[in-house]
Write a protein that binds this ligand. Structure first.
Ligand SMILES: [Zn+2]
Length: 99
């Protein structure tokens, strides 16, 4: 790995660490924690910690995929879903939360 690239990787890793901390900080407001969790997942993908599949995990369709969090306390635990399946998944999470 070239020096520039290694430094960039390390900078991203540091940023990931900071957002993981924020996302798990119970003293922070929820919207800040969820934002950091989403950002951490995006960084995790860029760093190669999370692999983006070619198709939706549920319906196997190709196309634009979104990262779905089942639990924002697990920022790097995401499922890649198409927009339609993501809407279904969000509805499931909402229903589970209100049950
Ligand atoms: Zn789908």
């Amino acid at each position: 790995m070239r020096k520039g690239r290694r430094n960039r990787y390390r900078a991203l890793l540091t940023r990931l660490q900071r957002h993981l901390e924020i996302s798990l900080d119970s003293l922070k407001p929820r919207r800040i924690r969820t934002r950091s969790a989403r950002y951490a997942a995006a960084l995790g993908e860029r760093l190669g910690l999370i692999a983006r599949p070619k198709v939706c995990a549920w319906c196997r369709r190709h196309g634009r995929l979104e990262r779905h969090h089942w639990d924002y306390n697990e920022p790097l635990n995401v499922t890649y879903l198409c927009v339609e399946c993501h809407n279904l998944a969000d509805a499931m999470v909402l229903r589970a939360a209100s049950a």
